[in-house]
Design a binder for this molecule. Structure first.
Ligand SMILES: NC(=O)c1ccc[n+]([C@@H]2O[C@H](COP(=O)([O-])OP(=O)(O)OC[C@H]3O[C@@H](n4cnc5c(N)ncnc54)[C@H](OP(=O)(O)O)[C@@H]3O)[C@@H](O)[C@H]2O)c1
Length: 286
């Protein structure tokens, strides 16, 4: 398959390059090559490369900044998604778009994972923008995969956010700092190499639609930090914090665990338990 990968030097993008390159005619593009918020740039990309599939990891996803920079957020995540869908439609390509657990508001009482049929109710500008992106793609394009993910970490680190949570925890532990982590937000940390392998399996099918794809299980960020230190044989001064303690502008969901329901239905859920994925990541980073 001829695949254009947008955001190829990002966190997920870097692992997608590793996984997809051996099996496909892969054209890895960076932000310098294409601007998804610019319809002409996207159309020119599609006209030049004529891909079978466009796979985009591009997003403006600094969640607190999104609350203030609404126009920029919508330009990339909403109009950008539409630009990609229109270009794919015009050139006969399929599209894979990355979305987020933040399409769910995640109320405090919730304790069952969200499936693809649960009604989204985002509580942040970022979540609203990604959901609007999903809808615009589905309105324009028949052949699309929309993949909602959560809590990504990978060896490249998130270029949009600057690093990843695991590396931040390990650095703070090395520096001997007191570490406070929220214990009232439940999610599923997900290693981008596992996700890249899952996406590689999904695009081999023609089962277009909406998918949740995270590692198995769930934890709070505090519990995730505890497991990072346990597996790394570190015993830093770790304590619980609560949402709002750090003056965040965006209201993050208290519960945003996703069930890989659609992947399970087509017999394709390949995601490992989050603790196993973390062990693989720690081994890989050395
Ligand atoms: N990270 C998470 O925890 C998380 C959770 C849920 C969902 N997601 C979604 O998963 C996807 C991948 O996340 P990630 O952590 O791999 O992100 P990332 O490391 O920030 O990678 C995003 C890539 O897209 C490029 N990009 C950004 N804006 C662009 C634009 N306007 N036009 C073209 N390219 C652009 C970036 O390039 P530059 O850096 O050079 O701009 C980067 O290569 C995103 O869509 C995000 O919304 C992430």
């Amino acid at each position: 398959m001829k695949i254009v990968l947008i955001g190829a030097n990002g966190q997920l993008g870097s692992d997608l390059v590793r996984v997809l390159r051996p099996a496909h005619d892969l054209i890895p593009l960076t932000h310098a090559d294409v601007e998804v918020a610019d319809a002409q740039s996207v159309a020119a990309m599609a006209a030049q490369h004529k891909p079978d599939l466009v796979l985009s990891t591009a997003a403006f996803h600094k969640v607190d900044m999104c609350e203030q920079e609404v126009e920029r957020t919508f330009a990339v995540n909403v109009y950008g998604a539409r630009n990609l869908a229109l270009a794919c439609r015009d050139h006969g390509a399929a599209l894979l778009y990355m979305s987020t657990d933040y399409v769910f508001g995640g109320d405090l009482e919730r304790c069952t994972p969200y499936t693809e049929s649960d009604l989204p109710a985002p509580a942040t500008v970022y979540g609203v923008s990604k959901l609007a992106g999903e809808h615009l793609i589905r309105a324009v394009l028949e052949r699309s995969f929309i993949v909602r993910v959560a809590g990504l970490y990978g060896v490249a680190g998130s270029s949009g956010k600057g690093g990843n949570f695991v590396e931040l925890m390990l650095r703070l532990a090395r520096e001997g700092k007191e570490i406070r982590v929220v214990d009232d937000q439940r999610t599923t940390p997900t290693y981008t190499l596992d996700l890249a392998r899952q996406i590689a399996a999904l695009i081999e099918t023609d089962q277009y639609g909406l998918y949740h794809a995270t590692c198995q299980g769930e934890c709070t960020w505090y519990e995730f930090a505890g497991e990072i230190f346990r597996q790394s044989n570190l015993e830093p001064n770790l304590s619980r914090a609560r949402t709002g303690d750090f003056g965040e502008k965006a209201t993050r969901p208290a519960y945003s665990v996703l069930e890989n329901g659609a992947l399970k239905r087509i017999g394709l859920d390949r995601m490992p338990p989050w603790q196993e994925a973390l062990a693989a990541y720690l081994a890989e980073r050395g």
